[in-house]
Design a protein around this ligand. Structure first.
Ligand code: TXA
Ligand code: MG
Length: 348
């Protein structure tokens, strides 16, 4: 298949957007930018269309998709009820990087929800995404547009690297603003529960709806505590290299990473280092990549997945990363990093 490249970095191209709408309405796949990561869209109300998402990505069929909408009126038809807290959250954070889990109506095919009675819904905050959802009929199922198991794409080129020739169109909207996937909150529990941390932090959620808990399965290695979001049980974002997070005081971390890198290199390995801007110049061995500044934490989330992809491309064997437990997005960044590291953390 020839994948159409639609350049919308400087704004929406009406002709190409119409074509994207036609592709979606006839059951095809279009990758598009959102404020979090690039998504791979299909008509959510067409079970055959969403089935194509699973085969293009190589995604397990029990891992449900997020349904993207472009206006609040679209919510009612796809859910059984709209709880008051969902409305409060929608008014506070939509369009934006928040996905809500609600009881689904019969309009949503069970193939989209992996057989669950609930549906994940989000209204993204990106003009290209909103326009595409409208052009495609109002309900677009979209996972991150990577092949299953690779870091989520934060540029259209990342999408091309993974899915070229497997989907009808890629819309290039430039680099994304946030770089980690949306916060997922489950509103079907008595107490709202975060199933995946993202840019919208637990404190931001609590400030509008009161008590919110974290899924205890999120960071547990105990198989008795499985994460509730099916996708969170996979070792996502796994770079080909062995990744170790090194945490501790700034001084100790710098010394330990420098020593680990030198030792890896002396064993003939190619070594990558992920550092903050503030520390990058302290490392003199290995391939050093600065994720961003601790003082401006969004720069770290923006670059993390791209760095993991670059290290894959460079054939890096081992990666040592600093820890990025920053105030707002830190929980999301560390969730992704810890999974990429397969829970391999060294305290120094
Ligand atoms: O920022 C984002 O959310 C991006 C952009 C494209 O919108 N999308 C995204 O989709 O990250 P995906 O498919 O990569 O991740 C969706 C996550 C998976 O972990 C999935 O298991 C979970 O949401 N999920 C979807 N529906 C669910 C449901 N009904 N109950 C629990 N978890 C659900
Ligand atoms: Mg994903």
């Amino acid at each position: 298949m020839n994948t159409i490249w639609a350049d919308m970095r400087d704004g929406i191209d009406d002709g190409l957007m119409e074509e994207a709408g036609r592709i979606l309405q006839s059951g095809g796949l279009v990758a598009f930018p959102t404020e979090t990561v690039y998504g791979l869209g299909a008509n959510a109300l067409d079970p055959e269309a969403s089935a194509k998402i699973y085969s293009a990505k190589g995604r397990p069929s029990d891992n449900p998709l997020i349904v993207h909408i472009h206006r609040l009126d679209s919510l009612d038809p796809i859910v059984r009820t709209v709880p008051r807290k969902a409305l409060v959250l929608a008014h506070a954070f939509w369009p934006g990087p928040l996905t809500m889990i609600l009881d689904r109506s019969s309009l949503v095919p069970s193939s989209v929800t992996g057989g669950l009675d609930t549906v994940a819904v989000r209204m993204p905050d990106h003009p290209v995404a909103l326009s595409l959802i409208q052009a495609g009929g109002g309900y677009i199922a979209a996972p991150s547009a990577n092949t299953s198991g690779r870091p989520s794409p934060t540029t259209a080129q990342h999408v091309r690297d993974d899915l070229n020739g497997r989907i009808e169109m890629i819309i290039d909207g430039g680099s994304v603003g946030i770089g980690v996937e949306s916060t997922i909150i489950d509103l079907t529990e008595t107490l709202p529960m975060i199933l995946r941390p993202g840019f919208i932090s637990i404190d931001m959620l609590r400030s509008v709806i009161g008590e919110v808990k974290m899924d205890p399965g999120l960071h547990s290695e105990d198989p008795a505590f499985r994460p509730k979001a099916p996708g969170m049980k996979y070792r996502h974002y796994a770079p080909r290299a062995e990744l170790t997070i090194v945490e501790g005081s700034e001084e100790h971390v710098r010394a330990a990473i420098d020593q680990l890198a030198r030792s890896a290199i002396s064993r003939g390995l190619t070594c990558g280092i992920i550092a903050a801007d503030e520390d990058a110049s302290a490392y003199h061995a290995g391939i050093v990549r600065s994720a961003g500044s601790r003082a401006k934490e969004i720069t770290i989330s923006q670059h993390l997945f791209g760095i993991l992809r670059e290290f894959d491309d460079l054939g890096v064997d081992v990666i040592y990363s600093e820890s990025f437990d920053t105030p707002q997005i830190g929980a999301a960044i560390m969730n992704r990093l810890i999974k990429a590291a397969g829970h391999h953390i060294l305290s120094v």
